[in-house]
Design a protein around this ligand. Structure first.
Ligand SMILES: CC(C)(COP(=O)(O)OP(=O)(O)OC[C@H]1O[C@@H](n2cnc3c(N)ncnc32)[C@H](O)[C@@H]1OP(=O)(O)O)[C@@H](O)C(=O)NCCC(=O)NCCS
Length: 148
């Protein structure tokens, strides 16, 4: 857990913005500002960073909702790792930090084809949502807490 930093209150930092922008489709400055403002204002959004030698090299943002009194669902809104650091287990570590912290019953994410191998390797099932935008097939990725 020592590499993980809670980014609440820090979303407007430039290193956080740069990483969050990786998860946004066509991130112009105004769209990015608006989106980060929404994430920052939403008390149910939790954002974590991964630190490597004091540099931020990964982020994950997720919104918590309640399926029942005790069972939370986390919806991943953004996950990205700085390109030179990809393939070193950082994305998986961010997901594990989310699971350790919130003990969710379910984690869901919507993504494009580029990230589905990552989610599959991390134990998610993948369902196609079809061509949601012209020329862009989207996928729903879902992880369930193993029965104890
Ligand atoms: C998706 C992303 C967050 C993965 O982070 P990462 O730190 O590189 O992933 P990890 O190293 O933790 O990989 C975990 C597993 O997924 C696999 N994996 C990760 N990316 C993969 C890819 N593009 N193709 C195939 N397998 C991949 C890894 O090989 C590893 O498998 P293992 O079980 O054999 O070890 C990163 O590639 C990224 O930032 N992409 C751009 C942003 C993006 O698309 N985000 C998702 C949509 S919001």
């Amino acid at each position: 857990m020592n590499h993980i930093l809670d980014l609440r209150g820090l979303l407007h930092r430039s290193d956080v913005r740069t990483l969050l922008a990786e998860s946004l489709y066509r991130p112009g400055k105004e769209r990015l500002d608006r989106w980060i403002g929404q994430l920052a204002d939403d008390v149910d959004v939790y954002t974590y960073g991964f630190l490597e030698k004091d540099s931020l090299v990964g982020v994950l943002a997720a919104r918590r909702s309640w399926l029942s009194d005790k069972a939370a669902e986390m919806e991943i809104l953004a996950i990205s790792v700085d390109p030179p650091y990809r393939g070193q287990g950082i994305g998986r570590e961010l997901l594990q930090a989310l699971i350790r912290t919130h003990d969710p019953m379910r984690i869901v994410a919507e993504t494009d084809v580029d990230a589905i191998a990552f989610y599959r390797r991390c134990g998610f099932s993948i369902h196609t949502l079809g061509e949601k935008y012209p020329g862009v097939t989207r996928y729903r990725c879902e992880w369930q807490r193993p029965a104890s």
